[in-house]
Every structure is written in structure tokens, then in C-alpha cells.
Ligand binder design. Structure first.
Ligand code: SF4
Length: 343
């Protein structure tokens, strides 16, 4: 039973050496007690790299003219997901830049196809959209919405041109949860100028939102962004944040993100060791994948082989129940921690 009584300290987030080892071991034990040794296996398809936003930390920002922009074709993605997905995949995450055109023309029909032809759980990561489009996506068969709040401070959020405004982002997260979506959010650790108190504040924000899961992504300077010459996030902050999220909410689904491997050698495994319980196999077709550059062009692609090897190396096993099905069985939808405040 989750107790929700932990809240990280700055020294947790900065821990190294033995203290860090103990923090990660506590988090792994919390995951074990809530989820056993099972890790959810989701595949992601990145179906459009058009983006109307201009985030300073992202290579897909609209001012990056070096990218070849693409929208995948429905028949290509349907063929891939219906007939060529790895057997271990129980859920699909459909992801785009902020591209409402792709949502209407591609994502909605693709969800309808997947719902009709498969029992896969369906997540989407599409940015903020009109309310009626959220409803259409849900009616088509998606049930998990990934919407990261990115940064916990409104002024920093605006300075880095993160999508829309922070207030709007938080409002959409609450709106989605109120409309019955399972919402997973997330934030970036180690952005230039971010302090430990700033990082700590992200945990207050995450705790106070109606979430089913939360991620932490390390800041990786992207070559074609205004932050190209900035330093990457301290790896310890990233992995300690994974553990802090796990201890904050043992019941959350917390992903190991592919950027962990850019943050540190064997980073993906370190993320699992620190308490993550969701892995993602990248199924984006080779011919467009190089132009989906949230971080930088030399991406570390998590294939099925790499993902399963990381799970096995950490003595974990792929979950037999899919993520969307797990949430469905765990109804009612997530409640806020007892200490949460509403905005
Ligand atoms: S982080 Fe998202 S919204 Fe911002 S530029 Fe990248 S794809 Fe667009």
C-alpha cells in the first residue's frame, strides 16, 4: 500500500556515493513492493516532426530550418504496427511535435485502426489541443495522455519558450484528468540556470497534479538550438530524481527514457535501477527517425533487443499486462496525495 509520506530533499537530489546507492535501493524496493519485478513495455512511433512551438531546449523547434519535416502516412504506420511490432509490446505511444494537422489527418485514423484491429493500449503525446480533439482521441480509443509540464517556474518556462504558458499547460493536465484520461507528466532536470531548489519545486508540482505517472528527462544540449553550447544536466540529478519520484509516489508509472543513455554510460539500466518501471521501444521508421530530434541527431535508439537486454540485466521482467489495461483494472483514476493542494 502506497504511503505517500516521502518528499525529497535537496540532498536527496544531489546525492552521490553511498547515499545515492541507498536512495536508489529504497526506490527499487518501493517499485518492487508496488509492481513486483514487472516493467511495462510500450512502443513509440513518432509520426510528425512539425511543431508550432519554439522551445529553446528542443531540436524540433519551429525555427530549426535544418530539419526535414515529415508526417508519416497512415498506411505505412498501420502496416508497421499491425504486422511488424515486437511481440513484447503491449502498448503504443503515438507522438508528434505540436502539430494539430497530424492529429486530425493521421493520429485519429491510426488510433481507430489500432482499436479495431488490436487490443493494444494506446497512449498519445501530442501537446495541447482543443478540448473537442481530446474527446475525439479518447472516443477513438486512446486512454493515456502524456503532457509534460517541463519546468516548474513560470518565468523560466517563458524564458525558454516552453510550449504555451505554464498555467495553460497545468490547466490542460487537469482538464485531461477530469475527462477520464490517465495523465502522465514530466519535467526536465538540469536546464541551464536551474538550481537544486528549482529542481525540488518540480516535485511539489508533480505531487499536486492528478497524475498516473511522471518522467524526468535530463537536459541534453541540442546542436541546432539556442542552448547548443550549454552544459548537459548532471547525471546524478537525473537518476536521483527518478528515485525521488518513485518514493514520492510508489504507485506511479515512471519511464526510463532513452536520453538516460545520453546522460551517462548504461544510463537506461541506471534508470531502471533507480526505480523506473516503463520502457519504450522505438519503432519510428528509419527513414524519418533522424529528423525527430528532441535532443540531438545522434540519438540512442532503444530497439527491442536493447530494451529487453536492459530489463534482463536488472533482473526485471516484461509485464504481461499492458499499461492501459493495468490502469483500467486499477480504477478509480488516480487521486492526489493527501498533502496535495489544488490550484
Ligand atoms: S519540446 Fe515539444 S513543443 Fe517544444 S519544440 Fe520540441 S516538440 Fe515542439
Amino acid at each position: 500500500m502506497a504511503s505517500f509520506c516521502y518528499f525529497p530533499t535537496e540532498s536527496d537530489l544531489a546525492a552521490t556515493g553511498r547515499r545515492q546507492w541507498e536512495l536508489h535501493a529504497r526506490a527499487a524496493a518501493a517499485r518492487q513492493s508496488e509492481f513486483g519485478d514487472q516493467v511495462f513495455v510500450r512502443a513509440v512511433v513518432e509520426v510528425s516532426n512539425f511543431c508550432r512551438e519554439n522551445c529553446h531546449y528542443c531540436g524540433m523547434r519551429r525555427d530549426n530550418r535544418t530539419l526535414k519535416r515529415f508526417r508519416a502516412r497512415h498506411d505505412q504506420m498501420a502496416e508497421l504496427l499491425l504486422h511488424h511490432r515486437p511481440a513484447s509490446v503491449t502498448d503504443i505511444n503515438i507522438q508528434t511535435g505540436e502539430d494539430p494537422v497530424a492529429v486530425r489527418e493521421l493520429v485519429l485514423p491510426l488510433i481507430e485502426t489500432l482499436r479495431r484491429e488490436t487490443s493494444l493500449g494506446i497512449s498519445v503525446c501530442l501537446g495541447t489541443l482543443p478540448e473537442e480533439l481530446y474527446d475525439e482521441l479518447q472516443a477513438a480509443g486512446a486512454s493515456i495522455f502524456i503532457m509534460k509540464f517541463e519546468l516548474g517556474d513560470a518565468a523560466q518556462y517563458a524564458r525558454l519558450a516552453a510550449p504555451g504558458t505554464l498555467a495553460e499547460r497545468l490547466q490542460h493536465i487537469r482538464l485531461l484528468a477530469a475527462r477520464g484520461w490517465q495523465v502522465s507528466s514530466g519535467f526536465i532536470a538540469g536546464l541551464p540556470g536551474q538550481t537544486l531548489p528549482d529542481l525540488l519545486h518540480h516535485f511539489t508540482m508533480a505531487r499536486d497534479l492528478p497524475l498516473s505517472g511522471c518522467s524526468v528527462s535530463p537536459f541534453i544540449p541540442g546542436g541546432e538550438t539556442p542552448l547548443a553550447t550549454a552544459s548537459a544536466a548532471p547525471a546524478d540529478w537525473t537518476f536521483n530524481s527518478v528515485s525521488a519520484l518513485r518514493l514520492l509516489r510508489p504507485d506511479w508509472v515512471i519511464p526510463a527514457v532513452s536520453a538516460f543513455n545520453l546522460a551517462a554510460p548504461e544510463g537506461y539500466r541506471r534508470g531502471l535501477r533507480a526505480g523506473a518501471n516503463l520502457v519504450t521501444i522505438n519503432l519510428t521508421p528509419d527513414d524519418v527517425r533522424d529528423d525527430y530530434v528532441i535532443y540531438k541527431r545522434d540519438r540512442f535508439i532503444m530497439t527491442e533487443e536493447r530494451v529487453l537486454a536492459a530489463i534482463a540485466a536488472e533482473h526485471l521482467t516484461p509485464a504481461t499486462t499492458g499499461l492501459a489495461e493495468f490502469y483500467r483494472q486499477r480504477q478509480p483514476a488516480p487521486v492526489l496525495a493527501a498533502t496535495a493542494t489544488s490550484a
